[in-house]
Design a protein around this ligand. Sequence first.
Ligand code: PDD
Length: 292
Amino acid sequence: MAAYSIVLSQKDFVHRDSLAYPFEERGLQFGDGVYEVIRIYQGSYYLLKEHVDRLFRSAEAIKLSLPFTKEEVTQLLVELLEKNDMENDGKVYLQATRGSVKRDHHFPEGIEANFYAYAEDLPRNKVALQEGVKTLTTRDVRWENCYIKSLNLLPNVMAKQEAKEQGCFEAILHIDGLVTECSSSNIYLIKDGKIYTFPATKRILHGCVRMRVEEFAHKLNIPFVEEAFTLEDIETADELFLTSSTTEIMPIVEVDGKQVSDGSPGPLTKQLHAAYEDDAKITAEDRVTQMA
Ligand code: PDD
């Protein structure tokens, strides 16, 4: 199956090999654009509306006018999967940049945004979802507007690379000891039956899965407290987990070489992940949690 061979460029579908952007592309030269990563399970989108809504919020925040309506983007994204005969678990990456124009920091009026998206296979990381992952902590040196899903990801890239070099799955970011999120995911701490996570301010990306976690918590009667926790709090946490469209609800079992609690995924994390698998309509044989 050839997922990823047909890409969406502006409103056209073209073969990926025929796609070429000019050197003077504001996404390349300034990181002047926004993006989304959307999960696909068995050929269907999960949380598509949430991602399209956030794309438009991010674009508005950087004064980028997209060449489509939300309905058109949605329609084009659905067509993208059809054109690729996408039937597997996967993801779509989409990116909108300010366009291609002679380099100048300010943006000229009237240039058309560049828009493209591609689909690719992405199997679920079942072993990690069952066993949990190792992480490390590092300073959050990003800008103040992390709620914009902007293309300026160098600090995120450096943090994730540091994690990789230390044999970790993810880097936990903190500002003066207050934990914000991770390099490409949101993070949550469970203590005495309550979930704590950094509030949805400008300092973090408002994750689509994070929104769902809040709903699952309400349904499961687990208090969801939007209050920052500290690096010190992690030492006495009962459970810790992270979320994103690509990683689902992933247990964290180690931080900076120290076990979280007893070093295995905790019961509330498992319950939340079971709710996720229900919501995403993961088939019985593909689940890592027991059916309720
Ligand atoms: N990242 N925080 C950051 C910094 C992220 O980059 C992401 C997603 C999230 C979680 O958002 P969501 O639940 O909407 O996926 C939080 C994507 C997966 C990426 O950049 O690849």
